[in-house]
Write a protein of this length. Structure first.
Length: 322
């Protein structure tokens, strides 16, 4: 990201010159009714040279906290950078968003379909056009996600194992929790890594549910990144609120030892002590009660909010402090 210069950004055949802001779109396909579906893309290109940051949400259509993070930042004009450029995508998976679904209508996960195919499935074509149009023009990216159905992630930023650039990006973001995670084949983060575009994943909340705290942490993190790379002026309010991120290691999911009703005894994001009771699983007649205990001193970074669980279901995501 050295020797930067002001450059045009071209998406969907349209050009955004330095000093311009435009709403563009990437044409993906059409519904069976003939209705065209496009991916909306906002581009803020400053006059002064600097890095280009991608902020995207809605890669999974039911993960709406990220959509709201981008919407609020657009509404409050937080992407109006003084240096470099921001490419903001509020909803990548338009099909999934329309159907309240993680995936596209054919059941494929877009985040397992990268780099995609020009003539492939719907998910593959979405990935292909996105990689072709967006990725070559960015320097780094922030991918906004939530936990799956009923699983609530406490605000956390994930970077790629062994990638110092994505680690630096995660450090700048400064979410409540920070940790490394392995690349998943076919994921957006995997293909961006191979293209030399460091990307971090912000996970916060659960699908199809707005969480004010998670949304606020996402906005603060993105502003932290913009400030860190001198794309915006220093935010005094952020400096006053800033706390050091907790680095987690040795993470693991604690799973249900039996089927039954699951009752959590702890609050997401809090510290835990070894052998402390985190929750219980009981049958409806209280004939059998199983306790879930903390395996070590650490923190809760995700909780399953499902009330009735099966044996083996993931209940608590825990990690040690570095």
């Amino acid at each position: 990201m050295e020797d930067l210069k002001s450059e045009n950004i071209v998406i969907g055949g349209e050009t955004v010159s330095p000093g311009q802001y435009k709403l563009l779109s990437i044409s993906i396909g059409r519904l069976p009714t003939g209705t065209l579906i496009d991916i909306p893309v906002y581009v803020f290109n400053a006059k002064e040279p600097g890095p280009t940051l991608l902020v995207q949400a809605g890669l999974h259509g039911d993960e709406i906290n990220g959509v709201e993070i981008v919407r609020r930042m657009l509404h409050k004009k937080k992407f109006a950078v003084k240096k470099g450029a921001v490419i903001a995508v509020p909803i990548l998976n338009i099909f999934g968003f329309i159907h309240y679904s993680r995936d596209v209508p054919d059941g494929k996960d877009v985040n397992r379909s990268f780099p995609g195919s020009k003539t492939g499935s719907l998910a593959g074509r979405m990935a292909y056009h996105y990689v072709s149009e967006i990725l070559p023009q960015i320097d780094f990216g922030i991918d906004l996600h939530t936990g799956g159905a009923q699983r609530s992630n406490y605000p956390q930023i994930r970077y790629t194992v062994g990638d110092t650039l994505s680690k630096d990006l995660a450090t700048a973001f400064n979410a409540p929790f920070t940790f490394s995670s392995k690349l998943i084949k076919g994921s957006f983060r995997s293909v961006s890594y191979k293209m030399g575009k460091p990307t971090v994943v912000f996970e916060a909340g659960e699908s199809m549910r707005f969480d004010t705290h998670c949304i606020s942490e996402g906005i603060k993190g993105i502003l932290n990144v913009l400030e860190h790379y001198s794309m915006i002026d220093k935010q005094e309010s952020l400096s006053l609120e800033k706390k050091g991120s907790i680095i987690l290691t040795d993470r693991k999911w604690l799973r249900a030892p039996t089927a039954g009703m699951f009752i959590s005894e702890v609050i997401n994001g809090t510290a835990i002590k070894k052998n402390a009771i985190l929750g219980i699983i009981t049958d409806t007649f209280t004939l059998k009660i199983k306790t879930i205990k903390a395996p070590y001193d650490g923190f809760i970074c995700a909780i399953n909010n499902q009330a009735v669980v099966n044996q083996g279901d993931a209940l608590f995501h825990v990690g040690k402090k570095e």
